[in-house]
Design a protein around this ligand. Structure first.
Ligand SMILES: Cc1cc2nc3c(=O)[nH]c(=O)nc-3n(C[C@H](O)[C@H](O)[C@H](O)COP(=O)(O)OP(=O)(O)OC[C@H]3O[C@@H](n4cnc5c(N)ncnc54)[C@H](O)[C@@H]3O)c2cc1C
Length: 480
Protein backbone atom coordinates (compact mmCIF):
# COMPACT_ATOMS: atom_id res chain seq x y z
CA UNK A 1 0.00 0.00 0.00
CA UNK A 2 1.42 3.40 -1.03
CA UNK A 3 1.48 6.31 1.33
CA UNK A 4 0.60 9.85 0.26
CA UNK A 5 -2.24 9.19 -2.09
CA UNK A 6 -4.44 12.24 -2.37
CA UNK A 7 -8.18 11.74 -2.65
CA UNK A 8 -8.35 14.27 -5.46
CA UNK A 9 -5.67 16.13 -7.42
CA UNK A 10 -6.95 19.02 -9.48
CA UNK A 11 -4.77 20.02 -12.40
CA UNK A 12 -5.19 23.72 -13.19
CA UNK A 13 -5.69 26.59 -10.74
CA UNK A 14 -7.94 28.55 -13.07
CA UNK A 15 -11.42 29.53 -11.90
CA UNK A 16 -12.88 26.06 -12.43
CA UNK A 17 -10.11 24.07 -10.77
CA UNK A 18 -10.15 26.38 -7.76
CA UNK A 19 -13.95 26.36 -7.50
CA UNK A 20 -13.84 22.55 -7.56
CA UNK A 21 -11.27 22.50 -4.75
CA UNK A 22 -13.35 24.92 -2.67
CA UNK A 23 -16.50 22.84 -3.17
CA UNK A 24 -14.72 19.62 -2.20
CA UNK A 25 -13.30 21.11 0.98
CA UNK A 26 -16.69 22.51 1.88
CA UNK A 27 -18.00 18.93 1.72
CA UNK A 28 -15.24 17.63 3.98
CA UNK A 29 -12.90 16.29 1.28
CA UNK A 30 -9.67 17.89 2.41
CA UNK A 31 -7.00 15.48 1.22
CA UNK A 32 -6.64 17.36 -2.05
CA UNK A 33 -4.06 19.27 -4.07
CA UNK A 34 -4.29 21.85 -6.86
CA UNK A 35 -1.38 22.02 -9.32
CA UNK A 36 -0.73 24.79 -11.82
CA UNK A 37 1.96 25.25 -14.42
CA UNK A 38 2.32 28.97 -13.88
CA UNK A 39 5.65 29.82 -12.30
CA UNK A 40 3.99 32.31 -10.03
CA UNK A 41 0.48 33.72 -9.89
CA UNK A 42 0.60 36.98 -11.82
CA UNK A 43 -2.00 39.29 -13.37
CA UNK A 44 -3.00 37.70 -16.68
CA UNK A 45 -6.25 37.22 -18.55
CA UNK A 46 -9.21 39.31 -19.53
CA UNK A 47 -12.36 40.62 -17.89
CA UNK A 48 -15.07 38.02 -17.35
CA UNK A 49 -18.79 38.40 -16.83
CA UNK A 50 -20.11 36.00 -14.24
CA UNK A 51 -23.78 35.54 -14.97
CA UNK A 52 -26.63 34.12 -12.87
CA UNK A 53 -26.02 30.46 -13.72
CA UNK A 54 -22.32 30.69 -12.83
CA UNK A 55 -22.97 32.66 -9.66
CA UNK A 56 -25.75 30.30 -8.57
CA UNK A 57 -23.35 27.38 -9.00
CA UNK A 58 -20.62 29.15 -7.06
CA UNK A 59 -23.04 30.01 -4.25
CA UNK A 60 -24.10 26.38 -4.06
CA UNK A 61 -20.47 25.27 -4.04
CA UNK A 62 -19.63 27.58 -1.16
CA UNK A 63 -21.54 30.68 -0.02
CA UNK A 64 -18.32 32.24 1.36
CA UNK A 65 -16.55 31.98 -1.97
CA UNK A 66 -19.61 33.44 -3.69
CA UNK A 67 -19.65 36.44 -1.32
CA UNK A 68 -15.92 36.97 -1.75
CA UNK A 69 -16.19 36.97 -5.55
CA UNK A 70 -19.19 39.28 -5.48
CA UNK A 71 -17.37 41.69 -3.18
CA UNK A 72 -14.20 41.55 -5.28
CA UNK A 73 -16.20 42.46 -8.36
CA UNK A 74 -18.59 45.02 -6.97
CA UNK A 75 -15.99 46.45 -4.63
CA UNK A 76 -13.71 47.19 -7.56
CA UNK A 77 -16.20 49.37 -9.34
CA UNK A 78 -14.79 52.60 -7.96
CA UNK A 79 -11.16 51.62 -7.97
CA UNK A 80 -8.36 51.29 -10.46
CA UNK A 81 -8.59 48.24 -12.71
CA UNK A 82 -6.15 45.47 -11.95
CA UNK A 83 -6.12 44.20 -15.51
CA UNK A 84 -7.82 45.76 -18.55
CA UNK A 85 -10.56 46.70 -16.15
CA UNK A 86 -11.39 49.67 -18.30
CA UNK A 87 -12.81 47.28 -20.88
CA UNK A 88 -15.55 46.06 -18.65
CA UNK A 89 -19.03 47.40 -19.20
CA UNK A 90 -19.90 46.81 -15.56
CA UNK A 91 -20.50 50.39 -14.53
CA UNK A 92 -22.64 51.14 -17.54
CA UNK A 93 -26.24 50.79 -16.40
CA UNK A 94 -27.34 49.47 -19.77
CA UNK A 95 -25.61 47.88 -22.71
CA UNK A 96 -27.17 48.79 -26.04
CA UNK A 97 -26.97 46.74 -29.22
CA UNK A 98 -27.09 49.18 -32.14
CA UNK A 99 -27.40 48.71 -35.86
CA UNK A 100 -24.93 50.25 -38.30
CA UNK A 101 -26.91 53.49 -38.29
CA UNK A 102 -26.65 53.71 -34.51
CA UNK A 103 -30.29 52.88 -33.79
CA UNK A 104 -30.87 50.79 -30.68
CA UNK A 105 -32.04 47.27 -31.55
CA UNK A 106 -31.96 45.94 -28.00
CA UNK A 107 -30.75 47.17 -24.69
CA UNK A 108 -30.05 45.21 -21.56
CA UNK A 109 -29.39 46.21 -18.02
CA UNK A 110 -26.02 45.24 -16.61
CA UNK A 111 -26.95 45.98 -13.03
CA UNK A 112 -26.53 43.17 -10.50
CA UNK A 113 -29.88 43.98 -8.88
CA UNK A 114 -31.90 43.96 -12.10
CA UNK A 115 -30.53 40.57 -13.04
CA UNK A 116 -31.16 39.31 -9.54
CA UNK A 117 -34.82 40.28 -9.79
CA UNK A 118 -35.20 38.69 -13.19
CA UNK A 119 -33.31 35.42 -12.71
CA UNK A 120 -32.86 34.94 -8.96
CA UNK A 121 -29.16 35.85 -9.17
CA UNK A 122 -27.14 38.85 -10.32
CA UNK A 123 -24.19 39.41 -12.62
CA UNK A 124 -20.73 40.79 -11.99
CA UNK A 125 -17.64 41.54 -14.07
CA UNK A 126 -14.11 41.03 -12.87
CA UNK A 127 -10.69 40.31 -14.27
CA UNK A 128 -9.71 36.63 -14.64
CA UNK A 129 -6.78 37.23 -12.30
CA UNK A 130 -8.99 38.85 -9.66
CA UNK A 131 -11.34 35.88 -9.84
CA UNK A 132 -8.41 33.46 -9.58
CA UNK A 133 -6.90 35.39 -6.66
CA UNK A 134 -10.20 35.62 -4.80
CA UNK A 135 -10.85 31.89 -5.18
CA UNK A 136 -7.26 31.02 -4.29
CA UNK A 137 -7.60 33.00 -1.07
CA UNK A 138 -10.43 30.68 -0.01
CA UNK A 139 -8.01 27.74 0.09
CA UNK A 140 -5.11 26.95 2.43
CA UNK A 141 -1.98 28.23 0.71
CA UNK A 142 -0.18 24.89 0.84
CA UNK A 143 -2.71 23.02 -1.26
CA UNK A 144 -2.37 25.26 -4.34
CA UNK A 145 1.04 24.73 -5.91
CA UNK A 146 2.38 26.87 -8.73
CA UNK A 147 5.27 25.77 -10.93
CA UNK A 148 3.91 22.26 -11.41
CA UNK A 149 3.23 21.57 -15.02
CA UNK A 150 1.45 18.29 -15.56
CA UNK A 151 2.93 16.39 -18.49
CA UNK A 152 1.38 12.95 -18.09
CA UNK A 153 -1.14 10.87 -16.18
CA UNK A 154 -0.75 7.13 -15.77
CA UNK A 155 -3.32 4.71 -14.42
CA UNK A 156 -1.93 2.51 -11.64
CA UNK A 157 -4.66 -0.09 -11.01
CA UNK A 158 -2.26 -2.06 -8.83
CA UNK A 159 -2.20 0.89 -6.41
CA UNK A 160 -5.87 1.87 -6.83
CA UNK A 161 -4.82 5.29 -8.04
CA UNK A 162 -3.58 7.37 -10.92
CA UNK A 163 -0.15 9.00 -11.12
CA UNK A 164 0.36 12.60 -12.20
CA UNK A 165 3.80 13.45 -13.58
CA UNK A 166 4.87 17.07 -13.37
CA UNK A 167 7.85 19.20 -14.23
CA UNK A 168 8.83 22.26 -12.30
CA UNK A 169 10.97 25.30 -12.84
CA UNK A 170 11.24 24.98 -16.57
CA UNK A 171 10.25 27.30 -19.39
CA UNK A 172 6.60 26.71 -20.14
CA UNK A 173 5.93 26.36 -23.85
CA UNK A 174 3.89 29.13 -25.45
CA UNK A 175 0.21 28.23 -25.53
CA UNK A 176 -1.36 29.41 -28.79
CA UNK A 177 -4.88 28.76 -27.53
CA UNK A 178 -4.72 30.63 -24.23
CA UNK A 179 -6.64 33.82 -23.66
CA UNK A 180 -3.58 35.48 -22.24
CA UNK A 181 -0.09 35.84 -23.53
CA UNK A 182 1.97 33.09 -21.97
CA UNK A 183 5.14 34.47 -23.48
CA UNK A 184 4.85 37.64 -21.44
CA UNK A 185 3.97 35.94 -18.22
CA UNK A 186 5.67 32.59 -18.13
CA UNK A 187 9.11 33.28 -19.46
CA UNK A 188 10.12 36.08 -17.17
CA UNK A 189 12.83 34.03 -15.58
CA UNK A 190 14.43 32.66 -18.71
CA UNK A 191 17.71 34.45 -18.00
CA UNK A 192 18.31 32.06 -15.18
CA UNK A 193 19.47 28.61 -16.25
CA UNK A 194 16.49 26.32 -16.60
CA UNK A 195 16.63 23.60 -14.01
CA UNK A 196 14.04 20.94 -14.60
CA UNK A 197 12.82 18.83 -11.77
CA UNK A 198 10.36 15.99 -12.12
CA UNK A 199 7.82 15.19 -9.50
CA UNK A 200 4.96 12.72 -9.38
CA UNK A 201 1.80 12.70 -7.27
CA UNK A 202 -0.77 9.99 -6.81
CA UNK A 203 -4.51 10.42 -6.42
CA UNK A 204 -7.71 8.41 -6.30
CA UNK A 205 -9.25 10.87 -8.73
CA UNK A 206 -7.99 13.61 -11.03
CA UNK A 207 -10.05 16.60 -12.02
CA UNK A 208 -8.47 18.01 -15.17
CA UNK A 209 -9.15 21.76 -15.20
CA UNK A 210 -6.14 22.63 -17.30
CA UNK A 211 -7.90 24.85 -19.81
CA UNK A 212 -8.58 24.69 -23.52
CA UNK A 213 -5.09 23.50 -24.44
CA UNK A 214 -5.42 20.67 -21.91
CA UNK A 215 -2.49 18.30 -21.60
CA UNK A 216 -4.62 15.73 -19.80
CA UNK A 217 -7.18 15.71 -22.61
CA UNK A 218 -4.35 14.98 -25.07
CA UNK A 219 -3.05 12.17 -22.86
CA UNK A 220 -6.52 10.60 -22.54
CA UNK A 221 -7.31 10.83 -26.25
CA UNK A 222 -3.92 9.68 -27.54
CA UNK A 223 -4.28 6.64 -29.83
CA UNK A 224 -7.97 6.44 -29.00
CA UNK A 225 -11.14 6.84 -31.08
CA UNK A 226 -11.13 10.49 -29.99
CA UNK A 227 -7.57 11.34 -31.02
CA UNK A 228 -8.75 13.84 -33.67
CA UNK A 229 -10.42 15.83 -30.88
CA UNK A 230 -7.43 16.02 -28.56
CA UNK A 231 -6.47 19.54 -29.60
CA UNK A 232 -8.88 22.46 -29.84
CA UNK A 233 -10.37 23.17 -33.23
CA UNK A 234 -10.33 26.67 -34.72
CA UNK A 235 -13.89 27.94 -34.34
CA UNK A 236 -13.92 29.98 -37.56
CA UNK A 237 -14.10 33.22 -35.55
CA UNK A 238 -11.48 35.66 -34.43
CA UNK A 239 -11.09 39.00 -32.70
CA UNK A 240 -9.08 42.10 -33.43
CA UNK A 241 -8.88 44.49 -30.53
CA UNK A 242 -7.39 47.85 -29.75
CA UNK A 243 -7.04 49.03 -26.16
CA UNK A 244 -7.04 52.67 -27.00
CA UNK A 245 -7.09 54.99 -30.01
CA UNK A 246 -5.59 58.31 -29.02
CA UNK A 247 -5.39 61.58 -30.98
CA UNK A 248 -8.37 61.21 -33.21
CA UNK A 249 -9.77 64.29 -34.99
CA UNK A 250 -12.49 66.04 -33.00
CA UNK A 251 -15.11 65.60 -35.74
CA UNK A 252 -14.54 61.81 -35.88
CA UNK A 253 -14.84 61.58 -32.10
CA UNK A 254 -17.98 63.72 -32.10
CA UNK A 255 -19.65 61.62 -34.81
CA UNK A 256 -18.87 58.33 -33.06
CA UNK A 257 -20.09 59.67 -29.75
CA UNK A 258 -23.29 61.11 -31.22
CA UNK A 259 -24.14 58.09 -33.36
CA UNK A 260 -23.04 55.16 -31.26
CA UNK A 261 -22.01 55.75 -27.67
CA UNK A 262 -24.42 58.53 -26.78
CA UNK A 263 -22.98 59.03 -23.30
CA UNK A 264 -22.67 55.33 -22.50
CA UNK A 265 -19.31 53.65 -21.91
CA UNK A 266 -19.91 50.65 -24.11
CA UNK A 267 -22.07 49.54 -27.01
CA UNK A 268 -22.16 46.67 -29.49
CA UNK A 269 -22.57 47.59 -33.15
CA UNK A 270 -23.86 44.89 -35.50
CA UNK A 271 -26.22 44.19 -38.35
CA UNK A 272 -29.97 44.34 -37.95
CA UNK A 273 -32.37 41.91 -39.63
CA UNK A 274 -32.47 43.91 -42.85
CA UNK A 275 -28.78 44.62 -43.40
CA UNK A 276 -27.75 41.15 -42.21
CA UNK A 277 -29.22 39.51 -45.31
CA UNK A 278 -27.23 41.81 -47.60
CA UNK A 279 -23.77 40.86 -46.34
CA UNK A 280 -23.88 37.07 -46.37
CA UNK A 281 -21.15 35.48 -44.34
CA UNK A 282 -19.92 38.80 -42.95
CA UNK A 283 -23.21 39.13 -41.03
CA UNK A 284 -21.39 38.01 -37.92
CA UNK A 285 -19.08 41.00 -37.85
CA UNK A 286 -19.69 43.04 -34.75
CA UNK A 287 -17.82 45.69 -32.85
CA UNK A 288 -17.80 46.30 -29.13
CA UNK A 289 -16.93 49.97 -28.84
CA UNK A 290 -15.99 51.45 -25.48
CA UNK A 291 -14.41 54.42 -23.81
CA UNK A 292 -11.47 53.73 -21.56
CA UNK A 293 -12.34 54.39 -17.95
CA UNK A 294 -8.84 55.76 -17.35
CA UNK A 295 -8.06 57.88 -20.41
CA UNK A 296 -11.56 58.33 -21.84
CA UNK A 297 -10.20 57.31 -25.26
CA UNK A 298 -12.07 54.96 -27.57
CA UNK A 299 -11.12 51.31 -27.72
CA UNK A 300 -12.76 48.39 -29.49
CA UNK A 301 -13.06 44.65 -29.97
CA UNK A 302 -14.12 43.36 -33.39
CA UNK A 303 -15.45 39.81 -33.72
CA UNK A 304 -15.66 38.34 -37.20
CA UNK A 305 -15.68 35.11 -39.17
CA UNK A 306 -12.34 34.39 -40.83
CA UNK A 307 -10.16 31.56 -42.07
CA UNK A 308 -7.29 31.04 -39.66
CA UNK A 309 -4.76 31.59 -42.46
CA UNK A 310 -5.97 35.18 -42.93
CA UNK A 311 -4.73 36.02 -39.41
CA UNK A 312 -1.47 34.17 -39.37
CA UNK A 313 1.60 36.34 -39.04
CA UNK A 314 -0.45 39.55 -38.87
CA UNK A 315 0.25 42.26 -36.33
CA UNK A 316 0.32 46.06 -36.17
CA UNK A 317 -0.45 47.73 -39.52
CA UNK A 318 -1.29 44.50 -41.32
CA UNK A 319 -3.93 43.77 -38.67
CA UNK A 320 -5.34 47.27 -39.08
CA UNK A 321 -5.61 46.65 -42.83
CA UNK A 322 -7.36 43.34 -42.17
CA UNK A 323 -9.84 44.99 -39.78
CA UNK A 324 -10.61 47.71 -42.35
CA UNK A 325 -11.16 45.04 -45.01
CA UNK A 326 -13.50 43.14 -42.66
CA UNK A 327 -15.49 46.33 -42.07
CA UNK A 328 -15.65 47.04 -45.81
CA UNK A 329 -16.97 43.56 -46.55
CA UNK A 330 -19.52 43.85 -43.75
CA UNK A 331 -20.65 47.32 -44.89
CA UNK A 332 -19.66 49.12 -41.68
CA UNK A 333 -19.87 52.94 -41.76
CA UNK A 334 -16.90 55.06 -42.82
CA UNK A 335 -16.48 56.71 -39.44
CA UNK A 336 -15.79 53.33 -37.81
CA UNK A 337 -13.32 52.41 -40.57
CA UNK A 338 -11.61 55.73 -39.88
CA UNK A 339 -11.36 54.88 -36.20
CA UNK A 340 -9.72 51.57 -37.08
CA UNK A 341 -7.27 53.25 -39.48
CA UNK A 342 -6.25 55.63 -36.68
CA UNK A 343 -5.43 52.79 -34.27
CA UNK A 344 -1.82 52.83 -33.03
CA UNK A 345 -0.24 49.60 -34.44
CA UNK A 346 1.35 48.87 -31.04
CA UNK A 347 -2.12 48.78 -29.39
CA UNK A 348 -3.69 46.33 -31.77
CA UNK A 349 -3.94 42.60 -31.13
CA UNK A 350 -5.53 39.52 -32.66
CA UNK A 351 -7.02 36.46 -31.04
CA UNK A 352 -8.26 33.41 -32.93
CA UNK A 353 -10.96 31.54 -31.00
CA UNK A 354 -10.85 27.79 -30.50
CA UNK A 355 -13.44 25.26 -29.43
CA UNK A 356 -13.83 21.73 -28.08
CA UNK A 357 -17.25 20.82 -29.43
CA UNK A 358 -19.49 18.92 -27.02
CA UNK A 359 -21.17 17.14 -29.91
CA UNK A 360 -19.73 16.82 -33.40
CA UNK A 361 -22.70 16.37 -35.66
CA UNK A 362 -22.23 15.45 -39.26
CA UNK A 363 -25.28 14.55 -41.31
CA UNK A 364 -23.67 11.36 -42.68
CA UNK A 365 -22.47 9.78 -39.47
CA UNK A 366 -23.59 9.25 -35.90
CA UNK A 367 -22.76 12.32 -33.80
CA UNK A 368 -19.46 12.05 -31.93
CA UNK A 369 -19.32 13.02 -28.28
CA UNK A 370 -15.65 13.26 -27.24
CA UNK A 371 -15.50 11.71 -23.79
CA UNK A 372 -14.94 13.85 -20.70
CA UNK A 373 -13.83 10.99 -18.47
CA UNK A 374 -11.65 7.93 -18.47
CA UNK A 375 -11.15 5.73 -15.43
CA UNK A 376 -10.24 7.97 -12.52
CA UNK A 377 -9.89 11.15 -14.59
CA UNK A 378 -12.57 13.71 -15.43
CA UNK A 379 -12.30 16.81 -17.63
CA UNK A 380 -14.05 20.03 -16.57
CA UNK A 381 -14.31 23.63 -17.81
CA UNK A 382 -12.44 24.64 -20.95
CA UNK A 383 -10.53 21.35 -21.01
CA UNK A 384 -13.86 19.64 -21.75
CA UNK A 385 -15.71 22.26 -23.80
CA UNK A 386 -13.78 25.53 -24.29
CA UNK A 387 -15.45 27.88 -26.78
CA UNK A 388 -15.42 31.48 -28.03
CA UNK A 389 -16.67 34.03 -25.50
CA UNK A 390 -19.58 35.49 -27.50
CA UNK A 391 -22.24 34.49 -24.95
CA UNK A 392 -19.88 34.96 -21.96
CA UNK A 393 -20.49 31.39 -20.84
CA UNK A 394 -17.06 29.69 -20.66
CA UNK A 395 -16.39 30.23 -16.97
CA UNK A 396 -20.11 30.16 -16.11
CA UNK A 397 -20.57 26.74 -17.67
CA UNK A 398 -17.34 25.60 -16.05
CA UNK A 399 -18.75 26.54 -12.64
CA UNK A 400 -21.77 24.37 -13.42
CA UNK A 401 -19.36 21.51 -14.21
CA UNK A 402 -17.54 22.09 -10.93
CA UNK A 403 -20.79 21.87 -9.01
CA UNK A 404 -21.84 18.61 -10.66
CA UNK A 405 -18.42 16.99 -10.28
CA UNK A 406 -18.11 18.08 -6.63
CA UNK A 407 -21.55 16.65 -5.80
CA UNK A 408 -20.68 13.33 -7.45
CA UNK A 409 -17.25 13.08 -5.80
CA UNK A 410 -18.86 13.88 -2.44
CA UNK A 411 -21.14 10.90 -3.02
CA UNK A 412 -18.16 8.68 -3.85
CA UNK A 413 -16.54 9.83 -0.60
CA UNK A 414 -19.72 9.35 1.44
CA UNK A 415 -20.08 5.78 0.17
CA UNK A 416 -16.34 5.15 0.45
CA UNK A 417 -16.19 4.20 -3.22
CA UNK A 418 -12.67 5.52 -3.82
CA UNK A 419 -11.58 2.06 -4.94
CA UNK A 420 -14.77 1.12 -6.72
CA UNK A 421 -13.97 1.69 -10.43
CA UNK A 422 -17.51 0.98 -11.49
CA UNK A 423 -18.99 3.53 -9.08
CA UNK A 424 -16.44 6.10 -10.26
CA UNK A 425 -17.24 5.46 -13.92
CA UNK A 426 -20.98 5.69 -13.23
CA UNK A 427 -20.51 8.97 -11.37
CA UNK A 428 -18.52 10.58 -14.19
CA UNK A 429 -20.98 9.30 -16.75
CA UNK A 430 -23.78 10.99 -14.81
CA UNK A 431 -21.78 14.22 -14.96
CA UNK A 432 -21.51 13.93 -18.73
CA UNK A 433 -25.17 13.05 -19.16
CA UNK A 434 -26.15 16.12 -17.18
CA UNK A 435 -23.74 18.59 -18.69
CA UNK A 436 -23.25 17.62 -22.34
CA UNK A 437 -26.73 18.56 -23.65
CA UNK A 438 -26.43 21.98 -21.99
CA UNK A 439 -23.00 22.49 -23.47
CA UNK A 440 -24.21 21.55 -26.93
CA UNK A 441 -27.01 24.12 -26.55
CA UNK A 442 -24.69 26.86 -25.27
CA UNK A 443 -22.07 26.19 -27.95
CA UNK A 444 -24.73 26.35 -30.63
CA UNK A 445 -25.99 29.64 -29.19
CA UNK A 446 -22.39 30.90 -29.09
CA UNK A 447 -21.57 30.04 -32.68
CA UNK A 448 -24.89 31.13 -34.21
CA UNK A 449 -25.67 33.86 -31.64
CA UNK A 450 -29.33 33.07 -32.16
CA UNK A 451 -30.32 34.50 -28.74
CA UNK A 452 -29.38 37.92 -30.05
CA UNK A 453 -31.53 37.62 -33.16
CA UNK A 454 -34.81 38.60 -31.49
CA UNK A 455 -36.27 39.58 -28.14
CA UNK A 456 -38.22 36.32 -28.06
CA UNK A 457 -35.06 34.24 -28.59
CA UNK A 458 -33.19 36.24 -25.97
CA UNK A 459 -35.94 35.70 -23.39
CA UNK A 460 -36.11 31.99 -24.14
CA UNK A 461 -32.33 31.54 -23.94
CA UNK A 462 -32.03 33.65 -20.78
CA UNK A 463 -34.74 31.79 -18.93
CA UNK A 464 -33.17 28.45 -19.82
CA UNK A 465 -29.60 29.41 -18.95
CA UNK A 466 -29.83 32.09 -16.28
CA UNK A 467 -33.20 31.23 -14.76
CA UNK A 468 -32.39 27.58 -14.07
CA UNK A 469 -33.02 26.31 -10.57
CA UNK A 470 -29.62 24.94 -9.55
CA UNK A 471 -30.99 23.31 -6.39
CA UNK A 472 -33.51 21.37 -8.43
CA UNK A 473 -30.78 20.28 -10.88
CA UNK A 474 -28.68 19.03 -7.96
CA UNK A 475 -31.61 17.10 -6.49
CA UNK A 476 -32.24 15.43 -9.82
CA UNK A 477 -28.54 14.58 -10.14
CA UNK A 478 -28.52 13.01 -6.67
CA UNK A 479 -31.54 10.88 -7.55
CA UNK A 480 -30.40 9.90 -11.04
C1 LIG B 1 -11.64 37.35 -24.48
C2 LIG B 1 -12.35 36.38 -23.59
C3 LIG B 1 -13.44 36.79 -22.85
C4 LIG B 1 -14.11 35.89 -22.04
N1 LIG B 1 -15.20 36.33 -21.36
C5 LIG B 1 -15.89 35.46 -20.60
C6 LIG B 1 -17.02 35.90 -19.86
O1 LIG B 1 -17.38 37.08 -19.91
N2 LIG B 1 -17.68 34.99 -19.09
C7 LIG B 1 -17.30 33.68 -19.03
O2 LIG B 1 -17.95 32.90 -18.32
N3 LIG B 1 -16.22 33.25 -19.69
C8 LIG B 1 -15.52 34.09 -20.48
N4 LIG B 1 -14.42 33.66 -21.16
C9 LIG B 1 -14.02 32.24 -21.04
C10 LIG B 1 -13.28 31.98 -19.73
O3 LIG B 1 -12.12 32.78 -19.64
C11 LIG B 1 -12.90 30.51 -19.66
O4 LIG B 1 -14.00 29.72 -20.00
C12 LIG B 1 -12.43 30.14 -18.25
O5 LIG B 1 -11.29 30.88 -17.89
C13 LIG B 1 -12.15 28.65 -18.20
O6 LIG B 1 -11.68 28.31 -16.93
P1 LIG B 1 -10.81 27.01 -16.68
O7 LIG B 1 -10.45 27.05 -15.24
O8 LIG B 1 -11.51 25.84 -17.25
O9 LIG B 1 -9.54 27.20 -17.60
P2 LIG B 1 -8.45 28.36 -17.57
O10 LIG B 1 -9.05 29.63 -17.12
O11 LIG B 1 -7.83 28.33 -18.91
O12 LIG B 1 -7.39 27.88 -16.48
C14 LIG B 1 -6.59 26.75 -16.72
C15 LIG B 1 -5.48 26.73 -15.70
O13 LIG B 1 -4.74 25.53 -15.90
C16 LIG B 1 -3.34 25.81 -15.88
N5 LIG B 1 -2.70 24.78 -16.71
C17 LIG B 1 -2.78 24.64 -18.05
N6 LIG B 1 -2.07 23.54 -18.44
C18 LIG B 1 -1.54 23.01 -17.33
C19 LIG B 1 -0.71 21.88 -17.09
N7 LIG B 1 -0.30 21.09 -18.07
N8 LIG B 1 -0.36 21.61 -15.81
C20 LIG B 1 -0.76 22.42 -14.79
N9 LIG B 1 -1.53 23.51 -14.96
C21 LIG B 1 -1.93 23.79 -16.21
C22 LIG B 1 -3.24 27.23 -16.45
O14 LIG B 1 -2.04 27.85 -16.01
C23 LIG B 1 -4.49 27.88 -15.85
O15 LIG B 1 -4.25 28.46 -14.59
C24 LIG B 1 -13.69 34.54 -21.96
C25 LIG B 1 -12.59 34.12 -22.69
C26 LIG B 1 -11.93 35.02 -23.51
C27 LIG B 1 -10.78 34.55 -24.32
Amino acid sequence: MLADIYDVVIVGAGPIGLATAIGLRKRGIENILVLDQTRAFRPVGQVLDLLPNGLKSLRYLDPHAYEAVKNAALGLSNSQPSNQKQNTPKSSPTWAFRNLQGQIMRSMSVSFDNWFQEYGEGRVSLAWYDLQTTLRQQLPQEIVRANHRCINVVDEPENDCVRIDCVSDTTVEANPYAHWNDNKTENLDTNSPASVTNKSFRARLIVAADGINSTIRRVLYKDSFYQDYAKPEYSGFAAISCREVADIPAEVEAEIEATFLQNSRVTTICHDEVSRKAVGEMEDTRMMLFRSRITNQFGYLIHFASPLAALQGKSGSSLINLAVKVFEQAGFPDVLKQLVRLSPPENIEQRPYYIHRAIIADSDTTPIQPTWNAGRVVLVGDAAHGMPPFMAQGANQGLEDALAVVALIAQIAAENNWNNRQAITEAFQKYEQLRRPWMAYVQEATLTRHPHSSEHNWQQYSQQIYGRNVEQVMKELANS
